[in-house]
Design a protein around this ligand. Structure first.
Ligand SMILES: Cc1cc2nc3c(=O)[nH]c(=O)nc-3n(C[C@H](O)[C@H](O)[C@H](O)COP(=O)(O)OP(=O)(O)OC[C@H]3O[C@@H](n4cnc5c(N)ncnc54)[C@H](O)[C@@H]3O)c2cc1C
Length: 304
């Protein structure tokens, strides 16, 4: 509570200083003032660009910054979290201030922010779950991935979840994207491995006593449509003493699946190529038109 009051006092002080400076000088003679709501990647990348020509205040409803990089990305993926070093540098810049424990909608209203800043950027992410609308969806023992992930990542709103991991040996995960694989990995990984990560201590304790030995990953369509990436699959396959069972019939592809897979591969190649060409073009000032390179690449992929 004290931290919260302190943050609000700091923000009000900063805002009232700005309010008085607004009344003593013209808008145009002031530096541009930007407020970014939300400290996830969207908020910090915006602040990084904006603080080059503006004063930026970044606010978040939590006491700590970094949004889902902190509370979504799995604890055994520290390499993904490295981006927080870049964000910390932005937060430490003299034209940037971070105010934690400030919630848009209760601590401060949008109209107040619009009065005090030239620009307000709303980058508060997506914190609700998508309901499936099926019977039993809210029975006990059923958790959204968001809640579960917040729980093992130590998000303040997830610490009281206490999922029941002791009265069954089986967990079912609906979905086959990367988050589904993150959850499966956390449930099945040896706790001695998890202990070396920054997993929340309450989660590690619960996982140490977990009786879950079997995890079903259920997808509504086939492998061609599964949204997970190869890296995440490899990680699950690499868990020691884990036996993976895939029904052969589930791997069968229809002719439509084959077309879909080829299109996805081509798009992925083109996107990669675009970024390679773009950085090449920018950094080395190579003058071969980008479109020509893309065209050549498309030919070499057999797209035409
Ligand atoms: C489980 C999971 C794992 C993921 N793993 C990866 C990965 O490995 N690699 C990868 O690239 N991407 C990953 N992602 C995706 C990535 O984390 C998100 O795409 C990204 O964080 C979205 O950024 P954002 O800034 O839009 O929102 P968020 O990161 O959600 O940030 C929003 C911020 O706004 C704050 N906020 C919300 N409401 C308010 C309010 N009213 N007032 C003030 N502040 C508010 C929140 O506290 C939060 O800090 C993962 C996502 C999830 C859910």
């Amino acid at each position: 509570m004290a931290i919260f009051d302190q943050a609000i006092r700091r923000l009000s002080l900063s805002l009232s200083r700005r309010r008085s400076s607004l009344s003593f000088s013209t808008l145009s003679s002031n530096p541009l003032r930007v407020c970014v709501v939300g400290t996830g990647p969207a908020g910090f990348y915006t602040a990084e660009k904006a603080h080059q020509g503006a004063e930026v205040d970044i606010i978040d409803r939590l006491p700590t910054p970094f949004g889902l990089v902190r509370s979504g990305v799995a604890p055994d993926h520290p390499e993904t979290k490295i981006v927080t070093n870049q964000f910390s540098k932005v937060a430490q810049h003299e034209r940037c201030s971070f105010f934690g424990n400030v919630t848009l909608g209760s601590s401060v209203s949008l109209s107040e922010l619009r009065e005090l800043y030239h620009v307000v950027v709303l980058a508060y992410g997506a914190e609700s779950d998508r309901a499936l609308g099926i019977p039993g969806e809210y029975l006990s023992g059923i958790q959204s991935a968001r809640e579960f992930v917040w729980w093992y990542n130590g998000h303040p709103d997830g610490k009281n979840l206490s999922p029941d991991l002791k009265s069954t040996d089986t967990a079912v995960i609906l979905g086959q994207g990367n988050v589904a694989l993150d959850v499966a990995r956390i449930l099945l990984q040896s706790t001695s491995v998890l202990a070396t990560t920054d997993i929340a201590s309450h989660a590690l304790e619960a996982l140490e006593q977990s009786s879950i030995r079997k995890v079903y990953l259920v997808g509504r369509r086939g492998p061609a449509q599964a949204a997970c990436t190869a890296k995440e699959i490899r990680e699950v396959l690499g868990i020691k003493d884990l036996c993976i069972h895939i029904n052969e019939v589930d791997l069968r592809k229809s002719p439509e699946d084959e077309v879909g897979i080829n299109v996805i591969h081509l798009c992925a190649c083109l996107i990669d190529m675009f970024f390679i060409c773009f950085s090449f073009y920018q950094n080395i000032s190579y003058r071969l038109p980008l479109s020509l390179l893309l065209l050549l690449f498309s030919y070499s992929c057999g797209a035409f």
